[in-house]
Design a protein around this ligand. Structure first.
Ligand SMILES: *Cc1c(COP(=O)(O)O)cnc(C)c1O
Length: 403
């Protein structure tokens, strides 16, 4: 360990001279991981309850996943979308099965999946009336990504402010307030986009009644319903996709983050009706999207989800996490409320949580915030009750000391 001391400081200094400073990073260089633990370049161990912002569902160093990637590297990494490749054919079919959607487009990230979803909805409306001034209704506090289209529907003014006119005209409504959604809809509205559980915006789950009313409004007016399942999807709430808890099926949906478990992938999917009346050859494309390496990752992830019965595990284990977090809320004034679904939980606190997260990090626990006052708890989906106890044992004294 001693020969490593000081290693990180030098690397961080170098990074800060070279990388564009768009993040205030923790002063840690992560080096490797094993199961639900991460190790920094100086050998310090961390219990990870952030999972790379909801990416590492399987934890680190999953042998099956890594072998599948190695095997694919030995064959071919990339083909371009002018050809078919077997991993993509398999992955598309399996995604249809788990999502109940009919058509799949592979992208490289969540934001790109959202871009594609918006383009599909806008093209669908264009095919109906030939107009090119359609609007999208989105929710306040939503997060859909940093590219221009995705930014257009992201309900955080700070993120949009400096960047001028947005390509997609959005009207913002309130989560779980159907009247505000109904009011935001005009005869130019082509889609309503939302996360079933808002992530970045503070871990806010959509209520079933709200979702039904939005769904019915969409059906009534032939407005397309887009669920952004980039963060809340892939088993995180105990269902492969969060909407499946209620059976409220969207017309278009997105998936990314845990879909690749570390390999950058994204996808948007749609019903046959949307596919038949929206994007056609030449309307959308990507160089890397759906390449054999990325799709081998998706296939390996889905194999492991089946093998490890991930959604069952989340449904069985999440109540324990909820109970433990509820105990913190009951015991400490600093915590006001716990909310969330499955392994996507937020602890709403009485003040900024930055210090709490930094203290926890110091003691070897990685957490993340969602807004200034909310601690976001996003463990790898394979986490056990024992590891939840370990997390609480670190977090509790930190919370106790917080004011
Ligand atoms: C993270 C996230 C995105 C953006 O995904 P990237 O892969 O970072 O582009 C979009 N939507 C939601 C709900 C997200 O949580």
């Amino acid at each position: 360990m001693s020969q490593n001391t000081g290693k990180m400081a030098a690397m961080i200094e170098q990074a800060e001279q070279d990388l564009l400073h768009t993040y205030n990073r923790y002063q840690i260089v992560l080096d490797h991981g094993q199961d639900v633990y991460l190790y920094d370049a100086e050998g310090k161990k961390y219990l990870d309850f952030m999972s790379g912002i909801g990416v590492f569902a399987l934890g680190y160093s999953n042998a099956y996943y890594e072998n599948a990637l190695r095997e694919q590297i030995g064959k071919i990494l990339h083909t371009s979308n002018y050809f078919y490749n077997e991993p993509a054919i398999k992955a598309a079919h399996r995604l249809k099965e788990i999502s109940g959607m009919d058509r799949v487009f592979f992208a490289n990230s969540g934001a790109e999946a959202v871009e594609g979803a918006l383009k599909a909805a806008i093209k669908y409306a264009y095919n109906k009336d030939g107009a090119s001034d359609h609007q999208v209704v989105a929710l306040e506090h939503s997060f859909h990504g940093r590219t221009y289209g995705a930014l257009s529907v992201t309900g955080n003014k700070h993120y949009r402010e400096a960047f001028g006119a947005m390509p997609c005209e959005a009207r913002f409504a309130k989560m779980n307030d159907f009247e505000s959604v109904a009011k935001a809809v005009t005869d130019k509205t082509c889609a309503i986009i939302m996360e079933v559980v808002q992530g970045e915006g503070g871990i806010v789950p959509a209520e079933e009644d709200f979702l039904w009313r939005v769904k019915n409004l969409c059906c009534e007016k032939d407005i397309l319903l887009i669920f952004d399942e980039v963060q809340c999807g892939m088993g995180r709430t105990g269902y492969m996709y969060a909407w499946q808890k209620f059976g409220i099926k969207p017309d278009i949906m997105t998936s990314a983050k845990a879909l690749g478990c570390g390999v950058p992938v994204g996808a948007f999917m749609m019903t046959q009706k949307v596919a038949d009346n929206s994007l056609t050859a030449g309307d959308h494309g990507t160089t890397y999207g759906g390449n054999p390496f990325a799709c081998a990752a998706i296939n390996a992830v889905l194999d492991q989800y089946e093998e490890l019965a991930i959604t069952d595990h989340v449904q069985k284990t999440a109540p324990y996490l909820e109970q433990k977090l509820d105990e913190l809320v009951a015991k400490y004034d600093f915590c006001i409320e716990r909310r969330g679904r499955g392994f996507m939980q937020g602890l709403v606190c009485r003040g900024p949580v930055k210090g709490v997260i930094a203290d926890a990090m110091e003691r070897g626990l990685i957490l993340i915030n969602a807004g200034a006052d909310i601690i976001r708890v996003l463990p790898p989906l394979v986490v056990t009750e024992k590891e939840i106890d370990e997390m609480i044992a670190i977090l509790e004294p930190v919370i106790a000391a917080a004011v």
